[in-house]
Design a protein around this ligand. Structure first.
Ligand code: MN
Length: 281
């Protein structure tokens, strides 16, 4: 049985662009033990008034990892310089492999902007092993309808009770979004020696309160969640990479030299360039 090792409470909030009021729940500097996970941002729940101009974050680069956006409420539109794009709604997941590098932008959809309403979700950054950091960019839209649900457990990646999540990953990863009723409990099988953490999006568990991150021991092969109130829990587990991490802003590599190279490549336009139709706006 994995055990709760450490609990982190109520991180400070900040804005990403003008569309994402986030709290950074986890990051690789404070929580290196949860490799391969290097960042978790919880955005909202926040209510937006109807508007004309979509709110969000404009063109910016990434290299060396994957961004996974799990949307609970609202709509997000994405576009990147690798030629991928799409819109995700409640229950959908966008899994973007930045790999060797790209530029992208993330905005509230036009329809959501006009309508206004509640915006709520998570963005997880998954590190890539050194041998895959320069892989070509890839994009997966995981629709809510394609994500199996077993007893309130949504299987985004990995396996739960024989059902496999649709995400293709470079290293073994389990991502579960679990909805529990008050007094319910669920047994979550995980792998011995894998890193594991859970984030309580909403509600109260026996081990944690709302917006707390619980880091579990690597030893042990499972964990039992016990809900005291209705709860939404995000569970992440994976095989630790065991490689050095050097990061700066939107780049996460293995050495400072590779970070310098990422900045040089970005400035030279080798990660992609903003479409010319938008440069003046
Ligand atoms: Mn981004």
């Amino acid at each position: 049985m994995k055990t709760a090792q450490r609990i982190y409470r109520e991180p400070e909030g900040h804005w990403v662009g003008d569309g994402f009021p986030v709290r950074t729940v986890l990051d690789y500097q404070r929580h290196p033990e949860v490799s391969p996970f290097i960042l978790l941002d919880h955005f909202g729940p926040a209510d937006f008034l109807p508007a004309e101009k979509p709110r969000g974050v404009g063109w910016h680069p990434h290299r060396g990892f994957e961004t996974v956006t799990v949307l609970m409420e609202g709509e997000v539109e994405h576009e990147d310089t690798a030629g991928n794009g799409g819109r995700i709604g409640p229950g959908d997941v966008q899994w973007m492999t930045a790999g060797a590098g790209l530029l992208h932008k993330e905005f509230h959809s036009r329809a959501f902007t006009r309508r206004g309403g509640r915006f709520h979700g998570l963005q997880l950054w998954v590190n890539l092993p050194a041998r895959h950091k320069m892989t070509p960019p890839r994009y997966q839209t995981l629709r809510a309808a394609d994500i199996p649900v077993v007893d309130g457990v949504r299987v985004i990646a990995g396996e739960f009770q024989g059902r496999k999540g649709p995400a293709q990953t470079f290293t073994p990863i389990t991502l579960l979004e679990i909805r529990l009723r008050a007094k319910e409990s669920v047994h979550v099988p995980l792998a011995e020696a894998d890193s594991a953490a859970l984030y309580l999006v909403q509600g109260k568990l026996s081990v944690a309160s709302e917006r707390e991150l619980v880091i579990l021991s690597r030893s042990g092969a499972d964990f039992v969640l016990e809900a005291e109130t209705d709860a939404i829990v995000f569970v992440m587990s994976g095989t630790p990479l065991g490689e050095p991490v050097a990061g700066y802003g939107p780049f996460v590599m293995n050495t400072p030299r590779e970070i310098q190279q990422a900045f040089a490549d970005y400035q030279a336009g080798r990660l992609g360039t903003i479409p010319t139709t938008e440069k003046t706006s």
